[in-house]
Design a protein around this ligand. Structure first.
Ligand code: ADP
Ligand code: MG
Length: 477
């Protein structure tokens, strides 16, 4: 039997506000446990939540960026449940009237574009954290995270493979960072994903029963967890069983999912409008004001890079994967005045390669854009060859010197004096009569030997084009 996979993602993005969604407590990550949860976050008697306007603006900004309907009227609701990291006994969320309605996001998998629907995005507060590692036989509770603003972004069940799910998650991650509404730090849990997965016989119209996998906090694990879950469900069905609707936990260490609880229904939560909070009205004027703050979005930037810089799809994708990288590339182009493809090659190849190896972000690059531009200028004006440039690049990576300083102090300037190159060529020809004879006798490969000798003699500093031309002239058959 051939199976088709159906996936819908729920992504929680922590909004990058300084204070919490309903209180003035700090959202900064990494403080001593339980030092950043105030009476409002804990829901102590006698306190009232006050909505953080910045969080609302960020949600609207997101909605506008995915072409979604922004609800003119939305409502906060209490979602009631007990858990040790939620001492209030309810989470303030949105249920029937979320702030962001239907929108969409385009992804690309294996060169094919696909549109993924975004059902809704709503504002809610995060819960605290349960800590198990340092507490043998006990659970520690850190409530610092309680009340941190979250935007929960719910997709339509539009994805058909783990690869598509990862592509969607990456696009969303890229977008929230472009919009500067979320820092996207997945280790710190600022961007987390729950994956709903089901399978159905290919061709069947109805969806199969889904399981929801929680606790996935990296792109790699999303792909692994989903693929694992697909196999599990197919095994269950082919073994004569039925998939049960449940919440499963992904264990990255064991690379498996295991059942956490049977799936709760919305009515289990006893949702009701939060009597402490007023409904949110979004006027057109506010929408327009926020619309005006939208940056150039990734898709538009990518198209501009293809049109204006003649980049191919892959290079444009890579270079627009973050605003910082795109800015870096553009300033290298501007400052070096070099051919855009050469700039793109150096940034996506040498620079990103070195950054990846060192596990650094573009913003942490030891080579600033001015210095890389300086290097490329010297290749373009023939001061150094591309090969020597790699050597200069390595030196620049290690220190603070400019390309010019390195070229000067190491004597790496290309030999442009054709008299000097000619003298070297003459000596090499005189010293290698056998090879000369072979070449003249028709053995083309020997030509490379001569080029190699000249490069060796000049320590790579002779202009390769020039060397070729001269050798051809001297070894005329
Ligand atoms: P809940 O809030 O109870 O988790 P929702 O109806 O809001 O349920 O759906 C959550 C997510 O599950 C959405 O992203 C949706 O696209 C996805 N989904 C719904 N049905 C299926 C299915 N049969 N297979 C895979 N994903 C599904
Ligand atoms: Mg869910």
């Amino acid at each position: 039997m051939e199976w088709e996979t159906v996936i819908g993602l729920e992504i929680h993005a922590q909004l990058a506000t300084k204070s919490k969604i309903f209180s003035a407590a700090s959202t900064a990550y990494g403080a001593e446990p339980n030092t950043q949860a105030c009476a409002v976050d804990l829901g102590l008697p006698g306190v009232l939540p006050v909505l953080n306007q910045k969080a609302v603006r960020m949600a609207v900004k997101f909605g506008l960026a995915i072409d979604a309907e922004i609800a003119p009227y939305s409502v906060f609701a209490r979602k009631n449940y007990f858990y040790p990291d939620l001492p209030k006994g309810y989470q303030i969320s949105q249920f029937e009237l979320p702030i962001v309605g239907l929108g969409h996001l385009d992804i690309e998998v294996d060169g094919e574009e696909k549109r993924i629907g975004v059902t809704r995005a709503h504002l809610e507060e995060d819960a605290g954290k349960s800590l198990h590692e340092d507490f043998h036989g006990l659970t520690g509770i850190d409530l610092n995270r309680a009340g941190t603003p979250l935007l929960e972004i719910v997709s339509e069940p539009d994805m058909r493979s783990a690869k598509e799910a990862v592509a969607y998650m990456r696009k969303l991650h890229e977008l929230v960072r472009y919009l500067e509404i979320c820092d996207g730090n997945m280790q710190e849990g600022s961007f987390r994903c729950d994956a709903n997965v089901s399978v159905r016989p290919k061709g069947q119209a109805e969806f199969g029963t889904r399981a929801e996998i929680k606790n996935i906090n990296s792109f790699k694990f999303v792909e692994k967890a989903i693929n694992h879950e697909i196999e599990r469900q197919i095994d269950v069905i082919e073994g004569g069983g039925q998939v049960v609707q449940e919440t499963r936990l992904y264990d990255a260490n064991k690379d498996e999912t295991r059942s956490m609880r049977s799936k709760e229904e919305a009515n289990d939560y006893r949702y009701f409008p939060d009597p402490d909070l007023l409904p949110v009205h979004i006027e057109d004027a506010l929408k327009q004001e926020i619309q005006a703050t939208l940056p150039e979005l990734p898709a538009a930037k990518k198209q501009r890079f293809i049109n204006d810089y003649q980049l191919d799809n892959e290079a444009a994708n890579t270079l627009t994967s973050s605003r910082e990288l795109a800015d870096y590339f553009e300033s290298v182009v501007k400052q070096s005045g070099c051919e855009t493809k050469m700039c793109a090659n150096w940034v996506t190849g040498d620079l990103l390669g070195a950054l990846n190896k060192a596990a650094l972000e573009i913003t942490q690059s030891p080579i600033e854009n001015e210095r890389l531009a300086g290097l490329l200028t010297r290749i373009a004006d023939n001061t150094i060859s591309g090969k020597i440039a790699k050597q200069v690049f390595e030196e620049m990576w290690k220190g603070e010197q400019s390309a010019d300083e390195i070229i000067e102090s190491k004597g790496l300037k290309q030999i442009t004096d054709s008299g000097a190159i000619e003298a070297i060529i003459d000596t090499i020809i005189a010293n290698n009569p056998n090879q000369v004879e072979q070449y003249l006798g028709g053995k083309d490969k020997v030509f490379g030997f001569f080029v190699g000798q000249v490069m060796k003699e000049t320590q790579g500093k002779a202009n390769p084009g020039e060397v070729n031309k001269m050798l051809k002239a001297k070894l005329k058959r």
